[in-house]
Design a protein around this ligand. Structure first.
Ligand SMILES: [Zn+2]
Ligand SMILES: [Zn+2]
Length: 280
């Protein structure tokens, strides 16, 4: 199977390389398809999302790179769109969606600190602990259940093509610091979320980015979640969530092999017409 990656970042957001350098690296690694999906704007300051005023430049630049390298690689324009229950989908409109080939929907923000500033589930363990304390009165279970509820609501709100790093909330959970994935309540929360994903018709990605950056020992999501996705016949794809040129195809083959081992025969690949189901 030919290589691809539809989840990747640039220096329009928190990626460290330019879009052009990322595309060149993808050509070097012989990818057939390469989708650029920088973090879309959110309606407040962060140091990792694209500024609203840069969105037009982003779309224009990736479109021109698409043409420039068309003989060497097929480039697509995507966006990793953040979901915040009452805010973040406000900038998603038909005009924007028409300029995008596909969207990745992700939940990073889970609440606000007492001072009103939003916090994310994936910054570090201390921030997550503080966030759970200040937004959920220290109730880990409620925080985690809310995280998966937000993903389900996101799917309903704007039906992203791909759900990004489904169990990102485990990033700071090494040694079961906050919760145990074997707990029934955790598995129920994930299952309810998967059922919504299935109902809406989104793709779940196997994301190797957490492992590349040394945050997790495994990919997102965990194997048991992939097994459940297989039972529910939810389509899957593989992405590296690359923030730098050296992560372009990180463990692409290994992640595909994992899907095969779990029992998947097909993988979702965006080919410009839509998401095709290709033999793994
Ligand atoms: Zn993300
Ligand atoms: Zn990402």
């Amino acid at each position: 199977m030919e290589k691809f990656n539809f989840h990747s970042h640039t220096d329009y957001c928190d990626g460290i390389d330019t879009a052009e350098n990322m595309i060149r690296a993808a050509i070097k690694k012989r990818l057939k398809y390469y989708g650029v999906s920088s973090h879309g704007p959110v309606p407040f300051e962060t140091d990792w999302t694209m500024k609203q005023e840069r969105l037009a430049d982003y779309l224009e630049e990736i479109e021109s790179l698409k043409q420039k390298y068309r003989d060497q690689i097929v480039v697509f324009i995507g966006l990793e769109i953040d979901y915040l229950p009452d805010l973040s989908t406000s900038f998603i409109n038909k005009e924007l969606l028409n300029k995008l080939d596909y969207t990745i929907g992700s939940v990073h923000f889970l609440g606000k600190f007492r001072d009103g500033s939003p916090w994310t589930v994936d910054y570090n363990r201390d921030e997550l602990a503080q966030g759970i304390k200040e937004s959920f009165g220290g109730d880990v279970r409620l925080a985690v259940q809310t995280y998966y509820r937000y993903i389900a609501s996101m799917c309903e709100a704007f039906k992203p093509d791909v759900v990004g790093h489904l169990d990102l909330i485990k990033k700071s959970n090494r040694n079961n610091y906050f919760f145990n994935e074997d707990d029934q309540w955790y598995q129920d929360a994930v299952l309810h979320c998967l059922m919504k994903i299935k109902q809406v018709g989104c793709i779940v990605e196997v994301n190797t980015g957490g492992k590349f950056r040394g945050y997790t020992e495994a990919y997102y999501p965990s194997d048991w979640i992939l097994k459940t996705a297989l039972q529910l016949e939810i389509p899957v794809t593989v992405s590296t969530d690359s923030h730098s040129t050296d992560a372009i195809d990180f463990e692409f083959e290994e992640a595909c092999q994992k899907l095969k081992d779990i029992g998947f025969c097909k993988i979702s690949v965006f080919n410009g017409q839509g998401w095709a189901q290709e033999e793994i």
